[in-house]
Design a protein around this ligand. Structure first.
Ligand SMILES: Nc1ncnc2c1ncn2[C@@H]1O[C@H](COP(=O)(O)OP(=O)(O)OP(=O)(O)O)[C@@H](O)[C@H]1O
Ligand SMILES: [Mg+2]
Length: 227
């Protein structure tokens, strides 16, 4: 199963963060692949660190690295730079046997980026829309994708007032009733920002129960489907 992150044109909503934590969680259960399709190498920096390549954008089959912590079954396809070989990447991701494959996309800020990444969106079985509880982020992200399943993560990359989160939860609840998508609310967690290859083991233990529970829920929605 392939899932891709999406936030429309709005960057910094937490796509890479949620893709990384979701992959770590999923890899405790099944072999999981995290495909760093972002141009800035976000997931690579969070989980693997400095790598000289080859990158996904250069040679997909040579871009795989294992994350060696706590016996996790997590593989990252490392990257730097925009994906100009998108058809090759799609073929490669489809060919791999991992039970869960999470493709982390960049924000699609211009027509060029939209055109370049559309085949990866088309290849996904599920779209994980990651949005913040603010008007610009929500209006940039609430799309339907034909018949594809959509799960919205209302994420808080910084602390938000509870009343603000509740307001946007209702906006998303209405959207979900209209479109049949599902959603999960992810809290702000101060440990999350410390994620790096060096701190990985500690950060996994430091995240709050509320944050962990939201990730468990997201993984359940991803794997079990409608509930
Ligand atoms: N739930 C959260 N709690 C605390 N910090 C968070 C949370 N989600 C994201 N962040 C922080 O917000 C910042 C942006 O997150 P991230 O890089 O994942 O966004 P992104 O959507 O991948 O950005 P881009 O569009 O540039 O790829 C990071 O510093 C990250 O640590
Ligand atoms: Mg990112």
């Amino acid at each position: 199963m392939i899932a891709a992150t999406f936030s429309g044109s709005k960057g910094g909503t937490g796509k890479t963060t949620l893709a990384a934590f979701l992959s770590l969680l999923s890899s405790t259960v099944v072999p999981t692949l995290l495909v760093d399709a972002s141009a800035d190498g976000g997931a690579t920096s969070y989980l693997v660190g400095e790598v000289t390549g080859p990158y996904l954008s250069e040679s997909p089959s040579e871009s795989l690295r294992g994350v060696n912590v706590k016996n996790l079954k997590l593989t990252v396809s490392v990257n730097r730079g925009p994906i100009s070989n998108v058809d090759e990447v799609v073929k490669f991701v489809k060919s791999l046997g991992h039970k869960i494959k999470i493709v982390d996309l960049p924000a699609l800020t211009d027509m060029d980026a939209v055109g370049r990444y559309i085949p990866l969106i088309e290849a996904a079985d599920v779209i994980i829309v990651v949005t913040e509880p603010n008007p610009a982020s929500v209006s940039a992200a609430l799309y339907t994708f034909g018949d594809k399943r959509v799960i919205i993560a209302l994420n808080q990359p910084r602390p938000y007032y509870r009343t603000v989160v509740e307001y946007y939860r209702r906006v998303i609840d209405n959207f979900s009733k209209k479109t049949g998508c599902q959603y999960v609310i992810v809290p702000y967690d101060s440990a999350v920002a410390r994620l790096s290859p060096q701190t990985l083991e500690r950060v996994i233990d430091l995240t709050s129960e509320e944050f962990d529970a939201s990730l468990v829920r997201l993984l359940e929605l991803l794997t079990v489907g409608k509930s």
